[in-house]
Design a protein. Structure first.
Length: 288
């Protein structure tokens, strides 16, 4: 067994704690709930910005966006600047420490395959979408497939850091697939209890229900990832962290909860094998 742990970081796009382990009563997330019960759930995480690229620029550097000059959403490529010294992308730190690093993305052939658990053509799902979305010139290495990442790691370095984004929770194709799921797998719009900040109308209820169903869809992807770690003998030496990138956008074209708050709240949890574990007891939560 390697002397250092592998690390798998999973980002569920545009999500807030609309999950069973956070007390959401209508969303079925059995895999994530089990994952949280086996690890540590964070009850107080929040994003430093309310949109993807500034938030990701902070997550992967550990710095405020205003310090690194990455606070403008979707900076044009020609205007992106290097990160100021001594700031580095986390992948750079890991590589310098001897890790194999990659941002997972499926091949074109894999994208043509049909997902056995959905009605539509195969989506990105548990293979990642290769999303980077940073406002600096720092770019992590891309691996076309999970198998390529495993092979590359085995040939070069004993431990890995993998970044994987589940895109289906973002408004788009994943929402279309969510609406096509069997009735028993969908959250019903009429069962939604609207927030005082939001109008209790048909559009709000439907959008919230679809967003919640996407969390259920993503839960299945998380289950596949955990199964693959077990199947490949990596589970006992891999620290897994799951979070959002900046909180949910709900509902589209009506009102964004992100605009009502200075900082968006994210769900965040991690599972660490016993040999690497320090901190709160397994199954507990941390308000950090």
């Amino acid at each position: 067994m390697p002397s250092r742990p592998n690390i798998l970081y999973v980002i569920m796009e545009d999500t807030s704690p609309i999950l069973g382990c956070y007390g959401a009563p209508l969303v079925k997330t059995p895999h994530i709930d089990q994952f949280a019960a086996q690890g540590v759930r964070f009850d107080g995480p929040f994003a430093r910005r309310r949109s993807a690229s500034p938030s990701r620029s902070s997550i992967f550097t550990g710095c405020y966006q205003t310090f690194t000059g990455t606070h403008q959403h979707r900076t044009y490529a020609w205007n992106k600047q290097p990160l100021p010294s001594p700031v580095k992308h986390v992948c750079d730190w890991f590589r310098e420490g001897g890790y194999f690093t990659c941002n997972l993305h499926p091949s074109a052939e894999e994208m043509a395959e049909k997902d056995p658990e959905t009605i539509d053509a195969r989506l990105w799902g548990d293979r990642g979408c290769g999303k980077v979305d940073l406002n600096s010139r720092s770019m992590p290495r891309i691996a076309t497939t999970l198998s390529t990442a495993v092979t590359g790691r085995a040939k070069a370095r004993p431990a890995f850091f993998r970044d994987l984004t589940i895109l289906e929770t973002h408004k788009g194709d994943g929402w279309t697939v969510a609406r096509q799921q069997p009735p028993g797998e969908r959250v019903k719009p009429r069962s939604r209890q609207t927030s005082a900040l939001l109008p209790d109308d048909v559009l709000c209820r439907e959008e919230y229900a679809t967003s919640s169903t996407c969390c259920h869809l993503a839960d299945g992807y998380v289950g596949r990832l955990m199964e693959r770690l077990e199947r490949e003998g990596l589970a006992q030496n891999t620290i897994v962290v799951i979070s959002s990138d900046h909180g949910s956008l709900f509902p589209w074209k009506t009102v964004s909860l992100r605009r009502w708050r200075s900082y968006s709240t994210d769900g965040s949890f991690s599972r660490r094998p016993e040999r690497w574990f320090r901190g709160p007891s397994l199954g507990q939560f941390d308000r950090l």
